[in-house]
Design a protein around this ligand. Structure first.
Ligand code: ATP
Length: 275
């Protein structure tokens, strides 16, 4: 388990992530290669971004991507949840934030992952509190001190980039924005195959020919919704096996059909308007 605020190397690999090929490539060039081959970047005078902001609807793989990047580079990973940093350490958030960067420097190379980033860095405006403005300023100062040479990289994730203080997104800070959107029909199929790679599927069951993977069946499903569907189908299969006293469990197309009647997409039309 990843302890909040402490460095570990995550166990999420690229093999456990379906689709998202374009983002994977972008992250390779923006984070993985600069960590693995810094001298190449120096030679051509390219300064890698000090941080990347992943944005998009919930459950589409932002956290998984950040962990897979750290796993691929075998770097330490510190995970910080925005609302916790702000609420858990009331009055002490700046100190906690500085401590996170200190810990990252002490265990470099290290990726700091800020989830629900908008909670830490809302726009500083007349309406926002002084305490919040101090947190934003602390983060700006820390980001300005981060570059490839310190071995600390920042990946942040948010569902709402529009409410983030724009100073954070200026060049040299989190200046690389990557959109992680809902998967297309083909990508949903790919995620479904990845999410079932350890599921004992009925050999007769062909995803491509099945009515659960028609374009309409999984419309607006995120990666998390698809993982939820697989879990639900496994529970249906498990119940069937227990009721019939079967020892061998296989998950069938019917189990998926039944699961599909119980789960639905979690991102609603109103939320989609943001993206
Ligand atoms: P949030 O904005 O709510 O923090 P997120 O974009 O960070 O969401 P993740 O936490 O990475 O989403 O994904 C949640 C779960 O959804 C994962 O643990 C995984 O089970 C599943 N999932 C999401 N995207 C994919 C994918 N592309 N391939 C396989 N599984 C996925």
């Amino acid at each position: 388990a990843i302890r909040e605020g402490f460095a570990t190397v995550p166990d999420v690999t690229w093999e456990s992530i379906g689709a998202l090929h374009k983002i994977r490539h972008e992250l390779k060039m923006a984070v993985i290669e600069p960590i693995m081959n810094p001298e190449l970047f120096e030679k051509v005078g390219i300064i890698a971004p000090s941080g990347v902001l992943l944005w998009g609807p919930p459950g589409c793989g932002k956290t998984m991507l950040a962990k897979a990047v750290a796993n691929e580079c075998n770097t330490n990973f510190i995970s910080v949840k925005g609302p916790e940093l702000v609420n858990k350490y009331v009055g002490e958030s700046e100190r906690a934030l500085r401590q996170v960067f200190n810990r990252a420097r002490a265990s470099s190379p290290c990726i700091i992952f800020f989830d629900e980033f908008d909670a830490i860095v809302p726009k500083r405006s007349d309406g926002s509190s002084e305490a919040m403005a101090r947190i934003v300023n602390t983060l700006l100062a820390e980001l300005d001190g981060v570059d490839g040479r310190t071995g600390v990289y920042v990946i942040a994730a948010t569902n709402r980039p529009d409410i983030i203080d724009p100073a954070i997104l200026r060049p040299g800070r989190l200046d690389k924005l990557l959109f992680v959107g809902l998967p297309s029909h083909e990508e949903r199929l790919e995620i479904l195959k990845t999410a079932t790679r350890k599921t004992p599927l009925d050999p007769q069951f062909d995803f491509e020919m099945s009515s659960i993977t028609t374009e309409q069946a999984l419309t607006n499903f995120s990666g998390a919704d698809i993982a939820n569907l697989v879990r639900e189908a496994s529970v249906v299969a498990l119940n069937r096996c227990i009721q019939n006293g079967l020892k061998d469990i296989v998950v069938t197309e019917n189990d998926f059909m039944e699961a599909l009647s119980k789960v639905s997409c979690s991102v609603n039309e109103n939320d989609l308007a943001h993206y």
